[in-house]
Structures are given as structure tokens and as C-alpha cells.
Design a protein around this ligand. Structure first.
Ligand SMILES: CC(C)(COP(=O)(O)OP(=O)(O)OC[C@H]1O[C@@H](n2cnc3c(N)ncnc32)[C@H](O)[C@@H]1OP(=O)(O)O)[C@@H](O)C(=O)NCCC(=O)NCCS
Length: 184
């Protein structure tokens, strides 16, 4: 029988204080620290929904909108936005709080595609998603749309590769900031 779960059943928040050892050479928090936390919260959220171990298949749209300072409290809010057969998309919103002033800024939003795995490390069917709110319906639809766009981009990329024409490409690159110095 096909099982379904609600979005709230797997919603997860991970909060961590940004300590000095997380800083980069510019004194701000290293992007990799935030990405590592995103991967962790995506794992927990997806494993809760799937009821199984999940792996990260792809990550989309990591834009750093604002830098994070040492001493801030970073919270990552994750929820399942979309489910396929064995894959699911976890949407993650990252905010950073200045603990002295309580000022909160939105630093990232990203989408992690996770795949549930069985004990033989083969993709496993995940439960369907029960959509209660308008926001949940919109997010599910956007997840579906993003999946279709990704398929389209992949096809376009392989088309560009197979149709690649050198002289035409060199002509197109003339307005770009590159200097072609071909070697044999
Ligand atoms: C992700 C992985 C399990 C997919 O294996 P696969 O042989 O392609 O499996 P399938 O073709 O059956 O695809 C399984 C699902 O993953 C989805 N998928 C696979 N690759 C994907 C990608 N790059 N982006 C988005 N979804 C992807 C498929 O669409 C399918 O979804 P669906 O069942 O909901 O339709 C496999 O590529 C893997 O193990 N990758 C390494 C994962 C890992 O180690 N992550 C940590 C990185 S450090």
C-alpha cells in the first residue's frame, strides 16, 4: 500500500553558534561551514520522511545573500518540498541572528535532492507527501517545475556539446573577456 506523510512530520531546524574557528581569511564565516550544515539538515529531514538512509544526489541554488559573522546564531529550517519515486527535494532556509541585537537576516535558500537507499544501497521508494497548505502546494509544484527545467538544461547541455562548432564559437566569444591563444 502506498504510504503518505505530512510535511510537518519531517520538518527540521538545526541551530549552531558560529565560533571563531569557522571563519575564513576575511573574518566572515566560511561558505563551506554553512553548506555542511545544510547537508546535515537535509539529511535529517529526508531520512525522517523516507524512514530510511538518504544520500545527497544534487544541490541547487546556493546563493549567499548576506555574510555571516562570528558570534551569530545560524538556524537552518528544512522541509520536504517535493517527492518523486525514490527522490525528494528538501528546501532549506538559512537565517543568521545577532544574539546581542536579535537582528535576523536571511542568508541562503537552497534545494537539496536526496535519494532514499535500502540496505543493499539501491534507491528505495519514499512515502508520498500530504499537502495541507497553499504554501506546501506551491512548493511542491515549484519542485516539479524545477525538475523539468533541470531535465531541459541537461538536454540543452548535451546538445551544445554535440553541436559544438569551433569557428562559430570563437566568433561568439569575441565580446567576452577572454583572449584565445590556441596552441597545437
Ligand atoms: C543518487 C544515486 C543514488 C542515484 O543513483 P541512480 O543509479 O541514478 O538511480 P536512479 O536512476 O534509480 O535514480 C534514483 C532517483 O534519483 C534521482 N536522481 C539521480 N540523480 C539525480 C541528480 N543528479 N539530480 C536530481 N535527481 C537525481 C532520479 O531522478 C530518481 O528519482 P525518482 O526515483 O524520484 O524518479 C547515485 O547517483 C549515488 O549514489 N550518488 C552518490 C550519492 C552520494 O554519495 N552523495 C554524497 C556526496 S558526497
Amino acid at each position: 500500500m502506498d504510504t503518505f506523510k505530512t510535511v510537518t512530520e519531517s520538518q527540521t531546524t538545526l541551530t549552531e553558534l558560529m565560533i571563531p574557528s569557522y571563519a575564513n581569511f576575511g573574518g566572515k564565516i566560511h561558505g563551506g561551514i554553512i553548506m555542511g550544515l545544510m547537508d546535515k539538515v537535509a539529511y535529517v529531514c529526508s531520512a525522517k520522511h523516507a524512514g530510511a538512509y538518504c544520500v545527497t544526489a544534487s544541490v541547487e541554488d546556493i546563493d549567499f545573500l548576506a555574510s555571516v559573522e562570528v558570534g551569530e546564531l545560524v538556524s537552518l529550517m528544512a522541509s520536504v518540498n517535493y517527492v518523486g519515486r525514490t527522490s525528494l527535494v528538501v528546501g532549506i532556509r538559512v537565517v543568521s541572528e545577532n544574539v546581542k541585537t536579535h537582528e535576523i537576516k536571511h542568508t541562503n535558500t537552497s534545494y537539496f535532492t536526496m535519494v532514499a537507499m535500502d540496505d543493499n544501497h539501491l534507491p528505495l521508494q519514499v512515502p508520498g507527501l500530504i499537502l495541507h497548505t497553499d504554501v506546501e502546494i506551491r512548493r511542491f509544484f515549484q519542485g516539479l517545475h524545477r525538475k523539468q527545467l533541470k531535465k531541459y538544461y541537461r538536454q540543452e547541455e548535451s546538445r551544445i556539446k554535440s553541436d559544438f562548432e569551433m569557428n562559430e564559437t570563437i566568433e561568439l566569444l569575441k565580446t567576452e573577456r577572454c583572449r584565445i591563444e590556441r596552441v597545437k
